[in-house]
Design a protein around this ligand. Sequence first.
Ligand code: 1PW
Ligand code: ADP
Ligand code: CA
Length: 541
Amino acid sequence: MEQQLPAGRRPRLVSSLGLGQRCCEVTLDQERGLLAWRHPRRGGENYFVPTSEIIAVEETELNKKQRNTGKWQKLAKPHAFTVYYVKKARNHRWWCRDVTFWCVDENLCNQWTQALKELLEMQKCRPKQLLVYINPYGGKRQGKRIYEQKVAPLFSLASISTDVVITEHANHAKDNLFEVNINKYDGVVCVGGDGMFSEVMHGLIGRMQKDSGIDQNNPKAPLVQCNIRIGIIPAGSTDCVCYSTVGISDPVTSALHIIVGDSQPLDVSSVHHNNTFLKYSVSLLGYGFYGDILKDSEKKRWMGPMRYDYSGFKTFLSHHYYEGTISFQPAKHTLGSPRDKDSCRTGCYICKESEQQLAEQQKKCGLKHEEDEEEWKVIKGKFLAINAVNMSCACPRSPKGLSPAAHLADGSADLILVRKCSRFDFLRHLVRNTNQDDQFDFSFVDVYRVKSFQFTSKLSEDNGSNVTDIGKKRFGQFCRDHPACCCNIADSTWNCDGETLDSSAIEVRVHCQLMKLFARGIEENCKDEAAYSHSSIEHLL
Ligand SMILES: CCCCCCCCCCCCC/C=C/[C@@H](O)[C@H](COP(=O)(O)O)NC(C)=O
Ligand SMILES: Nc1ncnc2c1ncn2[C@@H]1O[C@H](COP(=O)(O)OP(=O)(O)O)[C@@H](O)[C@H]1O
Ligand SMILES: [Ca+2]
């Protein structure tokens, strides 16, 4: 073994270790945090693992078969250690892989495990204690099984302790988050869909505001950032928040992002009606099409995730449009636009720029909210859908999302207005949400990047403040003068991250980076990475 100690640098371990039946050179560059080896078989394939992506290191006993076939078998009892690490596969999927190295020198083996364990200790962003909420009824009702079989073993491998709550009713997790000793935890994990995530987020953000004496009912209140990260183990029907922040909805991939302690800030919109707080939203706030789908699908929960296809088809055929006024403040602070060709990726410079602006603003005004005199744009019209998205809203049904260029943490939302058009045209727009074509390239679709907006339906304007009750009573009635015109005189419902809102008149404000997830955004495709790892290993070995 060779130890090089250039002045001011941490050592680098280079050893010839056993791997299976052969020998291979293994390098640990402690300064750069890289573990590398060349596989003696598999065509001499190079392996390159950043220590930030090592899950655990364990001393191991080689089993009898391994021992008997090893070339050192007759010399002495070998000593071995196993490294568990993240293996990146296609489509942003991560696996947990392991490799066992051995040698006859016990000291050498200890030196390796010590060095690796010390490097793992230095990863300060990794969680040690997590609070886990499982919705046993989300999606295909597999939440408990998914957690127990796929996630819990990984957490225990990574020495993470957990307190697990299996929810017994809706709002169980949210209410519980107001009572627990939250400072005990490095993060909260939710196992379920977007609705379950929304519940946990409301618990955490609400708890934060309560502890800081902030009144959530004040739409202008400067909210306190929530530094306890949330991890999402996807086990729901749409899993859009997970898919849009990780690139795939896969429980193992998400568990690994939690273990390595990733952090992804997220914009959160607050939704108010008449100075009353209604909800927060991180993904979709949808009126018209997506609101009607959700409302109809709630009655069909027994169908599982299929309910959205059924209700989607039904809602498409009904072709209702809604009249109303939407006013918004364009987001002038951010560098991007909704028609950009590039999308938000890990380390996104547009989101970083917003983070800097936020820090400067907080330095200047502390928690005080700056009075915002910026212009409002007003649009009146008949809409089939009004969608406000804080992130792309990519999900397995719509792989590039409802707004492919939306950013996770730039302090803005994309407001998509789909005006009244023919069924055929609307279908063309919908289909483009599911393929590579541009869903905004239609005369009846407008998209704006905004930092706040308000909506009032024509019905609320006509009836004054007690609109919601009237709207509810009239739901399902149609314009008497034109029975075939699909003009619905009732209101639609807002779909707020998979939950319905009780009011159609709403006031929405985007809060830049109000919370954080155990994620890193979507990574660029791995081709460049492979080239990088190849050159690095050439240099190392
Ligand atoms: C007739 C053809 C319809 C085609 C539509 C294709 C586009 C589908 C894009 C869906 C974007 C969903 C954004 C996320 C919404 C979730 O918050 C919400 C709740 O998800 P959950 O059930 O809690 O996982 N799901 C739905 C469908 O409203
Ligand atoms: N034990 C429970 N029983 C009934 N509803 C629950 C329970 N736990 C959570 N919920 C609620 O179920 C709703 C949907 O859950 P979610 O996990 O998002 O599944 P899905 O993606 O299928 O909609 C959430 O709004 C959540 O508040
Ligand atoms: Ca955003």
